[in-house]
Ligand binder design. Structure first.
Ligand code: BGC
Length: 715
């Protein structure tokens, strides 16, 4: 896979741009500048538009200063700032809260927590003068090596859509807009500017588009297009996707923002693509648009439409009438820190536990932390998501030292196995924690990451487990990793993603049982990389690719080559593949252990006016308080590549004290039983017998029932 030195160079180059911190605007200065020349009212946007010159309009549809929509002082239009917020507001000089990465947040399977995180980020945006957030990312984890899987919400479109909807409702409740990204089929980073994702219509509609559809229908005000081509057309000027689907079918009235430097012509995107070119005008320049208008004056209407959409979104959010920054909004508050910490702890997935965890809190313990992350925590991935504040994260050893005062704690990195003293320390320890995995250099946009842990980390795991049987592996990675060769060695394994500012606190909470683990895998972990059918189309020559090629982004599509990335596996992605055509995964989708036990009883199923209602009773029958993620899958009568064996159609996270029980209910809507029919270009109900299953993971099914779905009147 891609050489590490190249990754380091690219990360360094990207960070020259991404690590710049913009000062938070002064409230006083901004307030005095804002007097929109047209007062609020029903025709405000049209009036503003009619007062703008063509030159001002053209200026308005491309960005300035890296992350802003240009102010039009003459008309009292303020600058509108955007910012990334993969795991917190990035790029502003303020003590922002660093939340866990999206894949970690997805692993909580907790809608209300996502809403809380969204709301907190929304408030921090208000506090730092950001009105449009460049999040959430909802691309499906198609290949485990995608460098950006950590920025997304896993492999299942239903899970990703529902969670993103909660996040968006949180952000937008603070009157900050979102841009759900990257629309669409940007499912690996290698050659993202030059790859042409070839995907059949049904797969697009059933697997890659639903998270966008869910969020758009829930009121997201923005969408960001992807860098790549989809079926031969650049996403930024994709008539079928942007114009016909997003605008006409989904009735999206918000703004379509380009990814940074992802326009490849002027006419295409102007006709049926992005509303605003970011970060600045390369194709939406005065010269190129004026030339186009001279040739085809009707394009003036297109320019107007774009400006109208931008102004409408800004007007609805209140951006035209408020100071750029809200002086009363909190940033880096204790409340946000608490939400970040709760989310981090809830996202950790306990993958293995042979009676080692939770560690006894009262007993005196000697603990040794070894590995790449013995002295700091990797709190986030790289690229545009990387947050300078809080990096490097406080180490596990430091938190252990503060919490377990009676214990002896050692942290050893480097090649410790060469030292007799270190070996003895490990041998004599009560517990060894091997903190391994990737960081922001390994996992980032622009390139993909390796499937195997780095060689050094593998050595750490082997040596630690050889010296001490009570070894816990703490693994940091933004998705599935090759674990089959070593997973039998340690007694316990925690999947820790990138957990943000409270990473070490959250890990210690889980180790000692202060928090009962309740994270669940939002992706399947295969035994081998070749087991993912989606990897069969992945370019074999990735390793030998030059830096210049990876960097060479925008260009003239006439002059340079793009290549086809064929999504030949169609729907067979993640558990849809493993459960339908195999092979068995190492850790299945939805999996995660707990320190307690839950029993499932009393499944009820009835057809009502609202749809099919399904319920069951969950009881915490074990010895710890804890949370269960109840998952509902539906299985058609006959499964095949065209009809996956099962698909997630509902989930609920329930918190139960010891001995407590609760009823959990689901409603299955019409879409739950539909497939996309390419001929009629519509969703068609698939009649027949279905098995509905409720379980603790996709492979741990506790209750089963059957139902018959009738033909819809139309088919
Ligand atoms: C990324 C986007 C991001 C933008 C602005 C691009 O490189 O692909 O996701 O929002 O940069 O930082």
């Amino acid at each position: 896979m891609f050489n590490h030195l190249k990754r380091q160079i690219l990360q360094h180059l990207m960070n020259r741009y991404f690590l710049k911190l913009r000062p938070v605007p002064e409230v006083e200065a901004d307030t005095t500048e804002i007097h929109c020349s047209v007062p609020p009212g029903p025709n405000r946007v049209d009036q503003l538009l009619s007062r703008m010159t063509m030159q001002e309009k053209i200026d308005y549809i491309s960005g300035v200063n890296g992350f802003s929509v240009r102010a039009v002082k003459r008309l009292g239009l303020p600058p509108v700032w955007m910012s990334d917020a993969t795991s917190g507001v990035r790029g502003v000089d303020a003590p922002v809260t660093v939340f866990p990465s999206p894949i970690a947040i997805a692993a909580t399977w907790n809608r209300s927590l996502l809403k809380e995180v969204g709301r907190s980020i929304g408030r921090e945006c208000r506090a730092t003068g950001v009105s449009i957030l460049l999040a959430p990312g909802v691309n499906i984890a198609r290949v485990p090596v995608c460098g950006r899987n950590f920025e997304y919400l896993g492999e299942d479109p239903f899970l990703a859509g529902v969670l993103a909807r909660s996040y968006v409702s949180g952000v937008q409740s603070e009157r900050v807009g979102v841009t759900v990204k990257h629309f669409v089929c940007n499912n690996s980073e290698f050659d993202r500017h030059k790859s042409d994702s070839i995907v059949d219509e049904r797969t697009l509609r059933e697997l890659y588009l639903p998270p966008f559809e869910t969020v758009v229908q829930a009121g997201a005000v923005g969408v960001m297009t992807a860098y790549n081509l989809v079926n031969g057309m650049y996403a930024s000027e994709h008539g079928l996707l942007v114009e016909r689907l997003l605008r006409q079918k989904w009735q999206f009235t918000g703004i379509v923002v380009s990814d940074w430097n992802s326009l490849y012509s002027t006419r295409g995107p102007l006709r049926c693509g992005v509303d605003i070119e970011m970060p600045g005008a390369r194709w939406y320049t005065q010269k190129s648009i004026q030339e186009l208008l001279d040739r085809e004056p009707e394009y003036a209407e297109r320019v107007d439409e774009k400006v109208r959409r931008l102004l409408s979104v800004f007007d609805n959010l209140g951006v035209l009438d408020r100071p750029v920054r809200d002086a009363d909004a909190p940033v880096g508050s204790l409340e946000h820190a608490e939400i970040a910490r709760k989310t981090a702890a809830e996202s950790i997935v306990l993958l293995k536990n042979d009676d080692l965890l939770p560690l006894e809190r009262t007993e005196r313990k000697s603990i040794v932390v070894v590995g790449r992350f013995a002295r700091y925590e990797p709190i986030g991935g790289g690229g545009s998501s990387f947050i300078k504040q809080g990096f490097p994260g406080v180490s596990i050893g430091q938190v252990l030292g503060e919490r377990a005062s009676a214990s002896s704690i050692e942290a050893i990195d480097g090649r410790w196995w060469r030292s007799a003293k270190s070996r003895a320390l490990l041998r004599d320890a009560d517990v060894v924690i091997a903190s391994v995995g990737f960081d922001h250099v390994y996992e980032s946009e622009s390139y993909d990451r390796q499937w195997e842990l780095p060689r050094y980390d593998l050595r750490v795991i082997h040596e630690a487990c050889r010296l001490n049987t009570n070894t816990v592996v703490v693994q940091h990675a933004g998705g599935a990793v090759h674990m089959a060769p070593w997973v039998a060695l340690p007694k316990a394994v925690l999947q820790c993603w990138y957990l943000g500012q409270s990473s070490a606190e959250a890990i210690v909470d889980i180790l000692f049982g202060t928090v009962n683990p309740s994270g669940r895998l939002p992706v399947s972990y295969a035994y081998e990389l070749e087991h993912y059918e989606s990897m069969h189309a992945y370019p074999a020559n990735f390793d030998s690719v030059s830096l210049a090629r990876v960097q060479g982004g925008q260009g003239d599509p006439e002059k340079r080559k793009t290549w086809l990335l064929v999504y030949g596996e169609k729907l067979m992605v993640g558990y849809r593949q493993f459960d339908t055509v195999g092979p068995d995964p190492l850790f299945p989708f939805g999996f995660g252990l707990n320190y307690t036990d839950f029993s499932y009883t009393d499944m009820q199923l009835e057809s009502t006016q609202r749809g099919w209602c399904i319920s069951c009773r969950i009881m915490n029958s074990g010895e710890y308080d804890g949370a269960e993620v109840v998952q509902l899958y539906i299985r058609p009568e006959v499964s095949s590549r065209e009809h996956p064996f099962q698909q997630l159609r509902g989930f609920e996270k329930v918190f139960l004290r010891q001995g407590e029980s609760k009823q959990v209910s689901f409603v299955l809507d019409e879409r739950s039983f539909c497939e996309f029919d390419e001929d009629s270009e519509s969703w068609v109900r698939v009649a027949g017998r279905y098995t509905v299953v409720l379980g603790s993971s996709s492979r741990d099914i506790r209750l089963t029932s059957t139902m018959v779905v009738k033909k819809s009147p139309g088919n």
